[in-house]
Design a protein around this ligand. Sequence first.
Ligand code: HEM
Length: 127
Amino acid sequence: SPEETLYSRIGPATLHDLVTRFYGLVAQHPELIPIFPADLSLTARKQEAFLSGLLGGPPLYHQEFGPPRLRARHLPFEITPTRARAWLSCMNAAMRRTPDLKPEDAAELFAALTRTAAAMVNTPEPE
Ligand code: HEM
């Protein structure tokens, strides 16, 4: 139907599970640990709110935290191409561990996140 969105197909419970698994993996990734806070609970809440809007659901991030301006919000962190790949590999692993996420929905979500991740790169690879 025309009003069907990726958000409505995935559903809020599965989205929550995915984001929780994702930050569990981020917290263990050697490339990502140095730039993320030790306590990832607020980060996870913000990501879940952001993805809700990105996938065509309620714009929760905008409502609670204002305009996302994601690239600007990432500028304080050195995001190299290696870190973007690490972020996406955590997301890919989190997706594979979320059995309620249908493969075609996962593929569509991953394509959108791959584009967004590329736009967050703000630092060249270190020597
Ligand atoms: C925040 C890293 C890609 C969405 C953050 C933070 C870091 C980070 C270090 C700050 C955490 C905090 O202080 O709470 C990265 C890296 C990426 C990446 C290394 C690799 C390319 C993305 C992508 C999205 C995204 C693709 C969206 C699909 C967010 C959101 C926040 C955030 C919504 C919270 C912003 C806020 O403080 O309000 N990210 N990120 N990030 N990231 Fe990313």
